[in-house]
Write a protein that binds this ligand. Structure first.
Ligand SMILES: Nc1ncnc2c1ncn2[C@@H]1O[C@H](COP(=O)(O)OP(=O)(O)OP(=O)(O)O)[C@@H](O)[C@H]1O
Length: 257
């Protein structure tokens, strides 16, 4: 249900708030269809950086390029037609049903108050089915659990038909089955993804490349094998881990030492 994947590039992006530099000179390219995991300890600046892509935090320096165009020189609607997001602090108290929240994703492609078309309804139905939300469809969004809300917000991002998905800890409220199914799902739809993740093993398993932030700066970018070394995990997270290989996938697999 998605359009061809988009290209995302961050060029020397910096952001400051409260008199502090929260992200400094961050550069990263995400190729069409690639999934890059954004890693880092609590407070490293992951959410702050993701919000520069979704036009919430305007960079004080650098550029966010979506398909080669500076996202901050384009309209919010132009960005919303290309970039979908599931962020951390999306309001949960909408007086809306699940179906209405999902349908909000179509507004990026419509004029104000334009009614939903047959095409819109088909996309909404498909997203609700794919994310196993049929039984919640008529429920008020605010009555859902954290994990159920997470799936609704992903369905909303999907009906937006994004070329790029920005995900901020997309699995944090999900049980293990839904963590795996959400990550498999976003990989299978072939969209370009940047996702802040805390679970290093899931990041290694699902991402093509990883980008590590520390104190607002990019300190490593590369394939999971190259990025997730015991030395780096110790330096960045202050955690001692043993690096092994996953028994079936052969991917890097970390265990507490
Ligand atoms: N508006 C703001 N004013 C001042 N400081 C802020 C503001 N927004 C975020 N911060 C600070 O910036 C730092 C980076 O926050 P951010 O939420 O980006 O981290 P994160 O890497 O996503 O962390 P976590 O893993 O805990 O979600 C934190 O120290 C946070 O307290």
């Amino acid at each position: 249900m998605s359009l061809p994947p988009g290209r995302l590039a961050l060029e020397g992006v910096s952001f400051a708030a409260g008199g502090r530099a929260l992200v400094q000179d961050a550069s990263l390219e995400v190729a069409p269809g690639e999934m890059v995991g954004l890693l880092g300890s609590n407070g490293a600046g992951k959410s702050t950086l993701l919000r520069t892509i979704y036009r919430i935090n305007r960079p004080i320096a650098g550029r966010v390029l979506v398909d080669g165009e500076d996202a901050w020189s384009q309209s919010a609607a132009w960005v919303a037609q290309r970039v979908g997001a599931v962020l951390q602090d999306m309001p949960a108290d909408f007086p809306l049903t699940v179906e209405e929240v999902v349908a909000m994703g179509r507004s990026a492609h419509k004029r104000l108050l334009e009614p939903d078309s047959t095409h819109d309804h088909a996309l909404i139905d498909a997203a609700i089915a794919l994310l196993e939300l049929e039984s919640f469809r008529a429920r008020p969004f605010r009555t859902l659990s954290g994990g159920e809300r997470q799936r609704v917000l992903l369905a909303r991002a999907m009906v937006q038909q994004p070329r790029i998905l920005v995900l901020d800890e997309p699995t944090n409220h999900l049980d293990i089955r839904y963590q795996l199914s959400l990550l498999r799902f976003v990989r299978e739809i072939g969209v370009t993804i940047i996702a802040a993740l805390h679970d290093l093993n899931l990041a290694a398993m699902f991402c093509d490349r990883l980008c590590v932030l520390d104190g607002g700066r990019v300190v490593a970018t590369g394939r999971p094998d190259d990025v997730l070394t015991a030395e780096r995990v110790s330096e960045v997270w202050g955690a001692e881990m043993i690096v092994q290989r996953h028994p079936t996938s052969g991917k890097v697999w970390l265990l507490p030492a």
